[in-house]
Design a protein around this ligand. Structure first.
Ligand SMILES: *[C@@H]1O[C@H](CO)[C@@H](O)[C@H](O)[C@H]1NC(C)=O
Ligand SMILES: *[C@@H]1O[C@H](CO)[C@@H](O)[C@H](O)[C@H]1NC(C)=O
Ligand SMILES: *[C@@H]1O[C@H](CO)[C@@H](O)[C@H](O)[C@H]1NC(C)=O
Ligand SMILES: *[C@@H]1O[C@H](CO)[C@@H](O)[C@H](O)[C@H]1NC(C)=O
Length: 290
């Protein structure tokens, strides 16, 4: 019974998502500078004051949700958040589509065996291992090595941002799908080799590539903005979502970027390179000619 209900709900969300994708294609874009809707935090580029987390505040493995709490868009202590209020706040802050904003808190409630319509959660609850939180993060060490997932591991973030190979019209560095595939490859292999408890299901691989795709879509790959959000978990002054379609980023549109990042991940190739590098000098010419 539960499974039938679940599939039905997913089908409903998917058809809704397809409809929103069509509406997006047919409607005028939002004006640059007015992407965040009037009357909501961030409208006209004015985000509520950034206050770093205090002792006892609840934070999680997700930089985008932590940033919302740090600006008081979610409760600053990160506690007692209703599943039903999360979606609309994600929608106005980041301009994800309503279908996506309904799906994510529902998924989280399900994972925690709580009621979407009645219950609440603290941000840290989202770090249930292999629920939402999973290994090979681009911004955290694996939870078996560092159980507290609330803070970024800066060496990872800095290495990721240093890979930016694109440029915008003004010459500012941009992360590209290829950069994210490259760093995801490295993190998956390194995490597998260094964490005896490493696991990563197909589902969580796609989930991880979805995180990366958020950096490319919502944040447009812009290094300056990503530094603020990934290092300080802060939204820069006058920042707004790079998604200008009125119905926001639908799952269907998002999926294209997710698949591109995921397809570009090649663990075998990276491992072969590691092996070649570990071999004695004399073998190098042979290896590189093959
Ligand atoms: C949710 O319920 C399932 C099935 O009863 C159980 O296996 C799982 O551990 C529960 N999860 C949590 C977070 O309580
Ligand atoms: C994606 O986000 C989840 C939740 O914040 C995190 O546990 C996971 O490691 C991230 N994946 C990647 C590849 O960064
Ligand atoms: C890692 O795996 C070992 C052996 O299976 C287990 O004893 C330990 O509790 C695990 N650690 C974590 C943090 O899951
Ligand atoms: C995303 O793409 C995968 C693989 O093609 C597909 O199975 C899935 O249904 C797609 N999801 C959405 C929301 O379009």
């Amino acid at each position: 019974m539960f499974i039938v209900q679940k599939i039905f709900q997913d089908l409903y969300v998917l058809s809704w998502d397809v409809a929103l994708t069509v509406v997006n294609l047919l409607s005028p874009k939002r004006k640059i500078g007015h992407v965040t809707p009037a009357g909501h935090p961030g409208a006209d580029g004015k985000w509520p004051e950034f206050v770093p987390p205090k002792d006892g505040d609840s934070r999680c493995s997700c930089p985008a949700l932590n940033a919302m709490a740090n600006h008081g868009i979610l409760p600053h202590d990160g506690k007692n958040i209703k599943f039903t209020e999360l979606g609309s706040l994600i929608r106005t802050t980041y301009n994800f589509a309503p279908s996506f904003c309904y799906f994510v808190p529902n998924y989280a409630a399900n994972m925690l065996n709580r009621s979407y319509s009645k219950d609440s959660f603290d941000l840290v609850d989202l770090d249930l291992h292999n629920g939402i939180e999973h290994d090979a993060s681009l911004t955290r060490e694996d939870s078996a090595l560092v159980p507290d997932q609330s803070k970024p591991h800066l060496p990872f973030v800095k290495e990721l941002l240093s890979l930016a190979s694109g440029k915008d019209a003004e010459g500012n560095p941009l992360l590209t799908p290829k950069d994210l595939s490259e760093y995801s490859t490295k993190r998956r292999v390194d995490a597998r080799l260094s964490n005896p408890n490493f696991t990563l299901s197909k589902f969580h691989k796609m989930f991880g590539s979805s995180n990366s795709s958020t950096m490319l879509t919502i944040f447009g790959g812009r290094i300056k903005d990503l530094e603020a959000v990934l290092i300080d978990e802060r939204l820069p002054d006058s920042w707004e979502s790079r998604i200008v379609r009125p119905m926001g980023l639908t799952m269907m549109t998002f999926n294209k970027t997710v698949l591109a990042v995921e397809k570009g991940i090649n663990e075998q190739k990276y491992e072969a390179k590691l092996k070649a590098a570990a071999q004695p000098e004399t073998n190098v010419p042979e290896a590189s000619s093959g």
